[in-house]
Design a protein around this ligand. Structure first.
Ligand SMILES: [Fe+2]
Length: 397
């Protein structure tokens, strides 16, 4: 094997074979983030999500229970439902009108006499062509799906890391959107999904790449570690920023976070969903692998349930605040604000760093020259977890 990114070979970040292997042995064998609990409110509401090789939809039944099924008609395998929808009474495949109940039972098949001699009228649900079941569960206000109907319990998977997450009461927060129903932030990044994860869990870069954008946090005092395959991270605000946080924060503070626990909780839940829990925002950071060198990042943001006026007032206060200007509102370099390094926007800084790293992976001269024992320890551990999981699910790597 040629060059390595610590534990994994460079091909793990560039080749289609690796990407396909991950789809089969990682993303088809783990709990996958599907949305927020409030996305599905009424019976017949549904959302669909790609989980590795599987497209799965979650639907609320007439009994208000959530169920998950593979989004595939049992007749010819056609995908049944589009991305999101409301108030379905039943699920009908558009191709030949095979119809299923919200509980996944085959209800009706349009047929002329003797066209399907094996499908007996009246007993359709017993003929073995009900929808394939998947699993759905909730963790901290987030919906997760698993392609197996007998998936391991979600609290067995996430339970160990739960005490290391922020004290935020997610159910009291409301989603923050700027442009209609779209999520707060969606961006296709020209980098492998693991580059995006490794950037997210890289403590070393915070004080450097984000010297002008995230310096209200005390990186020296960061605490982090692992619980099973999941990463947890916490760092406090620096003392002078904390003392004036009521004025410096860009949004109204989240009240369920007690003053002594204010800071940034930035866990990464295996394999591909981060949560960013701060003093005034709570975000899901979903890294969706599209190809070996393409990742879609979707961020959904929740904030305190306050009036628009409160938000406007807080934003004005913050923008005029000296501490915000000094620690959070500056680009790394001087220049045009279209330049990510001059934008003063930490997401633009991260996207730039990820894309620049991906470019170098194809060079015959590429190598990782050294690794920071503390600041980059998480990256190595993450790669070990990916490798371990894939091998345990049949990958020969
Ligand atoms: Fe970053």
């Amino acid at each position: 094997m040629g060059n390595k990114m610590h534990v994994l070979p460079v091909e793990a970040y560039t080749s289609k074979q690796w990407f396909d292997l991950e789809m089969r042995t990682l993303f088809s064998t783990t709990w996958q983030f599907a949305g927020l609990v409030e996305d599905i409110q009424e019976p017949g509401d549904y959302i669909s999500v790609q989980a590795g090789l599987n497209n799965i939809f979650i639907v609320k039944g007439r009994d208000y229970r959530l169920r998950a099924f593979h989004n595939m008609c049992r007749h010819r395998g056609t995908q049944l439902l589009r991305a999101v929808g409301k108030g379905q009474k039943a699920i009908t495949c558009p191709y030949h009108d095979w119809t299923y109940s919200l509980e996944g039972e085959l209800l009706s098949v349009p047929k002329k006499e003797r066209e399907f001699p094996d499908l007996c009228e009246g007993k359709l649900k017993d003929c073995g062509l009900n929808l394939h079941e998947a699993s759905v569960d909730i963790f901290k206000g987030m919906l997760f799906v698993h392609p197996d109907k007998d998936a391991p319990n979600i609290m067995d998977f996430f339970g160990e890391v739960a005490p290391c997450l922020g004290p935020h009461k997610v159910e009291e927060l409301v989603e923050y959107r700027e442009k209609g129903p779209e999520p707060f932030y969606t961006k296709e990044i020209k980098a492998n999904w693991k580059i995006v994860v490794e950037n997210y869990i890289d403590h070393y870069h915070l004080a450097h790449l984000h010297a002008g954008t995230l310096n209200m946090y005390d990186h020296e005092k960061a605490e982090f570690g692992w619980k099973g395959p999941h990463y947890w991270f916490y760092e406090p605000l620096i003392p002078d920023y904390l003392a004036d946080v009521d004025n410096a924060a860009q949004f109204p503070l989240i009240e369920s976070v007690p003053r002594e626990r204010i800071g940034a909780y930035v866990p990464w839940l295996f394999p591909n969903i981060g949560i960013t829990e701060g003093e005034a925002q709570w975000n899901t950071f979903h890294a969706i692998p599209l190809a070996a060198d393409r990742t879609l990042v979707v961020i959904r943001t929740k904030v305190a349930n306050k009036s628009e006026w409160e938000f406007t007032k807080q934003y004005a206060k913050s923008s005029a605040n000296k501490l915000w200007q000094r620690y959070g509102g500056q680009g790394k370099y001087e220049g045009d604000s279209n330049d990510p390094m001059a934008s003063g926007d930490f997401m633009a800084e991260d996207v730039f760093a990820c894309e620049q790293q991906q470019k170098s992976l194809y060079s015959p001269r590429f190598s990782v020259g050294a690794r920071a024992v503390r600041g980059e320890y998480a990256i190595v551990r993450f790669q070990e977890e990916v490798k371990k999981w894939m091998v345990a699910h049949g990958a020969e790597i």
